[in-house]
Design a protein around this ligand. Structure first.
Ligand code: ADP
Ligand code: AMP
Length: 214
């Protein structure tokens, strides 16, 4: 099963993608996590990506597309995968489609997690990310057992630089201008499914699984 997670920053794409990856036994591929790992490792890609990420802007398509196209051809993707944070622009979606077509594959579902902007700002302020494994929590909605420490790996939790309120609004503007058009794109392909992302985490998950099992 090949799934794309769509939705605004903070809609819960990563949270659901991780749960779906466990449920279906397929990899969760987050371009944001890939960039953050590169920043941490001090690679050239990381250095380039950081200048855009810190400003709440999208990293240029040419730095993202090849990376994802290579990743989805790795062995662990043979049964499918969940793309989280990619595609984020129409050219990225077209590049992915072209590459998949050449492989005789296609995206099965684009899951749009719908959350109004007003809820997003509150969510992002409370999001905490593990510096070590990329695990994501929320101080109120998904707290860790020990404050500030990742349940999964014991790593330190931080407020991401790009989750500060001034950057969040900018990221939302970028989302509406550049990413939201993908909803029409995947509707036209007959792949779009929608879920109410304002419900609690487990209910959102149950709804997605129900849709995907039809
Ligand atoms: P995205 O990957 O779309 O940017 P995340 O999955 O990181 O979003 O979720 C953003 C924040 O909101 C995190 O702190 C997460 O724990 C929290 N969150 C995710 N889904 C829900 C939900 N359904 N209700 C409340 N909080 C949520
Ligand atoms: P995320 O973790 O998905 O919220 O991504 C964090 C940041 O990484 C985004 O705000 C962008 O700057 C960058 N990024 C992640 N994925 C992409 C993508 N597909 N295209 C462009 N930039 C991206």
């Amino acid at each position: 099963m090949k799934i794309i997670m769509l939705g605004a920053p903070g809609a819960g794409k990563g949270t659901q993608a991780k749960m779906l990856a466990d449920q279906y036994g397929i990899p969760h591929i987050s371009t944001g996590d890939i960039f953050r790992a590169n920043i941490k490792a001090g690679t050239e890609l990381g250095t380039k990506a950081k200048t855009y990420m810190d400003q709440g802007l999208l990293v240029p398509d040419e730095l993202v597309c090849d990376l994802v196209v290579d990743r989805v051809q790795q062995e662990d993707c043979a049964k499918g995968y969940i793309l989280d944070g990619f595609p984020r622009t129409i050219p990225q979606a077209e590049a992915l489609d072209q590459a998949l077509e050449a492989l005789g594959q296609k995206i099965d579902y684009a899951v749009n997690v719908e959350v109004p902007d007003a809820n997003i700002v509150k969510r992002m302020g409370g999001r905490r990310a593990c510096v070590n494994c990329g695990g994501t929590y929320h101080v109120e909605y998904l707290p860790t057992k020990v404050e500030g420490i990742c349940d999964r790996c014991g790593g330190e939790l931080i407020l991401r630089d790009d989750d500060k309120p001034e950057t969040v609004q900018k990221r939302l503007n970028v989302y509406h201008a550049q990413t939201q058009p993908l909803i029409d794109y995947y509707t036209a392909k007959g792949a779009l499914v929608e879920v109410d992302g304002t419900q609690d985490i487990q209910k959102v998950f149950d709804d997605i699984v129900e849709i995907l099992s039809k």
